[in-house]
Design a protein. Structure first.
Length: 330
């Protein structure tokens, strides 16, 4: 019997007790790995459950503070802020996105004032502000690139001015990372970071998120700017371009159907890689758990460790709080 094979090797010896399993675990999760997305709406003293995202809420800014306190208490270090913009403030150029008194800017200022240590990231794209629900400016049915990039760079500066630690462009226009880096530097925001949604796919898994923000595209789809799910080389190209344009963190989105993309990107750039475990992935698991078809906690933790195994350093997830609580209990 050749040495190195059964019975000299019995892999089950490394699985025989929880002590040994914990000791040899190759990947680990901790609350600081998570980025918690938060949805903010206008008003006072209200929270609304998002119908397609059970147990996940939109908060008015006052109540959001209680939620962030809880996130902090369980060990989460960063939030990614999204705002729901009233319809009458939407237009083609997303003008409201630049309003210094806009909901995003107020949210960032308030969070940073109450929780200076919480790392605040802001989503940058036109869709929540766009009357067309697209991520860029629309002209005759086309999503303009360079014109959109100009506005997006101004939005980045506006968020930085409000106190954002990181801006997170999710629009997928070409050249936006370089433009944002230049704009931020020109305005003196050299320490404001960029987490680039580098490989963001045109995905059906964003459906519940668009319900949360009422931001579904009014016509067509996002396939002329978000990526084709068939592609992985293209993801590597996008991530490398963003690295060269000055991104600090690159992201792959969605998560579970794209674990191979996380791995490919991880091996191609020298930056931390994050993954966005998106709304549809959350909804899917919650729905199965609600039906008693899956064990919610176990399925959640298995998905999250899967991201780590694939190569993700950071995980934006609606499970951030629930998973952190579980990790703290262990
Ligand atoms: C906005 C944006 C979207 C998501 C994050 N930022 C939606 C989209 O591109 O249509 C999706 C997040 C999720 O589904 O959880 N550009």
């Amino acid at each position: 019997m050749p040495y190195g094979q059964f019975p000299y090797q019995r892999p089950r010896r490394l699985r025989i007790s929880s002590a040994i399993r914990d000791m040899v675990a190759e990947n680990h999760l901790k609350p600081a790995d998570f980025i918690a997305p938060v949805f903010v709406m206008e008003g006072e003293n209200m929270k609304e459950e998002i119908p397609s995202m059970p147990d996940y809420f939109r908060y008015t800014l006052d109540l959001l503070m209680d939620e962030i306190r809880e996130l902090k208490e369980v060990g989460i270090r960063s939030v990614l802020v999204f705002v729901k913009v009233p319809d009458d403030k939407k237009d083609n150029k997303g003008t409201e996105a630049l309003n210094e008194q806009g909901l995003m800017q107020r949210s960032v200022r308030t969070i940073k004032k109450e929780f200076p240590d919480m790392l605040v990231m802001t989503d940058i794209a036109l869709d929540p502000y766009s009357s067309y629900g697209h991520d860029g400016i629309v002209e005759e049915g086309e999503i303009l690139n360079d014109e959109s990039v100009e506005v997006l760079a101004e939005i980045a500066v506006s968020h930085a001015r409000a106190g954002a630690d990181y801006v997170a462009p999710s629009d997928m226009m070409d050249g936006r990372i370089g433009a944002m880096r230049d704009a931020l530097d020109d305005d003196g925001f050299k320490h404001t970071g960029i987490m680039a949604y580098s490989a963001k796919y045109a995905s059906s898994y964003y459906g519940p998120f668009r319900d949360a923000l009422d931001s579904a595209p009014g016509f067509g789809d996002k396939k002329t700017y978000q990526m084709d799910p068939s592609n992985v080389r293209e993801a590597v190209k996008e991530a490398r371009m963003d690295e060269q344009e000055g991104a600090d963190i690159v992201m792959v989105k969605p998560g579970l159907p794209y674990l191979d993309v996380i791995r490919a990107v991880k091996e191609s750039v020298q930056l931390p890689v994050s993954v966005y475990n998106v709304s549809g992935e959350y909804a899917m698991l919650k729905a199965a758990a609600a039906n008693g078809w899956l064990d919610e906690e176990e399925a959640m933790m298995e998905a999250l460790i899967g991201f780590k195994r694939a190569g993700a350093d950071l995980i934006a997830t609606y499970f951030a709080k629930a998973a952190s609580k579980l990790l703290n209990r262990k």
